[in-house]
Design a protein around this ligand. Sequence first.
Ligand code: SAH
Length: 242
Amino acid sequence: MNAKIRLYVEHPLGQGQSLTLDKAQAHYLFGVMRLAVGAAILVFNGRDGEWRADVTEAGKRGGVLRCVAQTKPLQMPPDLWLLFAPIKKARTDFIVEKATEMGAARILPVMTAFTNAGRIQRDRLQAHAVEAAEQCGGTYVPEVADAVKLDRLLESWDSERKIMFCDEALAGGTACLPDITAAVGPWAILIGPEGGFSDKERARLHGLDFAHPVTLGPRILRADTAAVAAMTLWQDRLGDWA
Ligand code: SAH
């Protein structure tokens, strides 16, 4: 049977393991997708790979699945974090969705001097990451962290983790990407807000050994475009695409 629906669940997964569905999951599988007992779907929890699971009980408010066979092992993304300044709601959602598809291990909203977005709803963004993982075939879901001030984050930064600092002030200048090609190890990409980085932030970042300023070409990209472009570049040079 061709199991196409992929569902993220919290339960541990393993041979013969039964999973109790909550109301929302039951509504989706049996109300919206019209599955019945005996149907097969794919489940993953971000830890135990992907499993084929059969529906053994289907109800309006709940149901039960049983894991039959593992269909994919857990595939971890590279150790790449995405640091981005939240922008308008729909564009922030887009960044989280794309970062998940592109293979970010962790997504961190950072508040910079010119960040003008209001409070972010971490849970909503996390749900977007789950949805993106469900549809892109991923077996891992990146954690969306609570928003943190860029200054504070840099104060406690582990200098082993290099930062690919996307600096719009370098637009059109010489690409610095060759600098990072030899540098394996943990990385983070930093994308600024619509207003860009302040002079103070830029000066600070240029002074940090672990921060590598890069240009994303001669045109100024919107933050959401910049996030996808930067992750593409990084994946191509250092990531798990090859
Ligand atoms: N308002 C700013 C642009 C901000 S673009 C200005 O006009 O200068 C939002 C973010 O995307 C930037 O902070 C940067 O991190 C990234 N970005 C966009 N275009 C870029 C480029 N050509 N090179 C490097 N980073 C870029």
